[in-house]
Write a protein that binds this ligand. Sequence first.
Ligand code: FE2
Ligand code: FE2
Length: 446
Amino acid sequence: MLTNIEEAFKSLLSCLQSLKMYGENHPMFQKSLERAFLAFSDALSMRQEIVIGIIGNELAFEKEILFDLAQFLSSAVAYLKERNIERIAFYSGLNKDELRKFVCFIAGPKDNFKGDLQAALSVAGIEHIAIGKLKVDLSKDRNNLFGVHSELYDSSADVVGAALSGVLNSEKVDHLALKISLNNIMENLSAQRQELLKLASLKRYDIETYTHMLNVSIFSMYFSARLGFEKTDILNIGIAAMYHDIGKMFISRKLLHKPGQLTDQEFGRMKSHTVLGAQIMLRYVDTLGILPVVVSFEHHLKHDSSGYPHPPFLRKQHIASEIVSICDVYDALSQRRGYKQDYSPDIVYNIMNKDKGSYFDAALLDKFFGFMGLWPVGAVVALNDGSIALVKEQNESDVRRPEIEVVSPPEKKRTLDLLQEPGLSIERYLNPWKEGKEFLQLGESG
Ligand SMILES: [Fe+2]
Ligand SMILES: [Fe+2]
């Protein structure tokens, strides 16, 4: 099915090319129009609509980001983006004349693409094609401490919320929008920009489950990217991470937030979120693949298989489940929750390292903290000389000695690499919502 759609899209773009080279009346254009029309008829014979999205430099179709195709067609993708086209939908009923008019329309000069594109199409009599911007709006103007990446984070949180509640209510889920959001995050992560990690580490004020889901997803994508996974795998791990706790949404809030010990029966119900989640995600195998099922089922299994649910036969966790469970525990421990103390990063580090080799694969956990550092990027920390600094960049060789920016006292303001400063060390973490708050605004990256 996917190849049909790829073919159709390729043929559309070569049609555009031949129009530009030969003009509308040339037989070469007619021929390529014919080919494109056949390709679309073929693809539309099996479905009502085909929606292609352009995100960053990638193309996306429903469940897939078409990385390879986008590489192949990068100039065409840039061409459409220049014309404000981020989304093209083709509906069944499309005729050849509409396709011809559409190709002529997008062949027009850039300046034609400023107003209401959809209106322009209907004026041209094109009814079975829609174009425009993606629904994911990253341009929202939100003023806050974190600057431009916060928009990406917040809009992703919206999309994640919608994708989660869609699954909860068994509604049709806009998985394209979800993939686009996560892909955007992934692109920002791979560009060595750690602002998103910073957000995931600092945005603790919102205890909604979807913040946890989004954070685990961000951490998992970052972790797997640093481990060297392929883009497609990274995205799939990110999606699986996003749904890892979906089963919890069917467990009563009262139980989820119950302070103190759970009874055996309550704990049993709590544990059932893994199986429940896997059952739910089975419904989405067609669009999201099998990984969300696997990860929902296995994310509490533990590296030594001592966790739950008890598998009927000995079963090792899938690597994606291992990645997600490290990120899950990391976020859960770091998250400020009503029923437990706010753990500072050093406490989280110590707790997780106690389970090294049993709950977590030892090498994998070392790698995780190598990438994440003990003090996360963006953390406000107090140094042993009394100055206050922000953590800027991790040093993989020493989790305790990142690059930092001293922000107070004013006369000591500078950036330094703790690896080069044997006399200096980080003494303690300042909670960014309490005593660290005033220093957070002092950092150069807004
Ligand atoms: Fe869980
Ligand atoms: Fe979780």
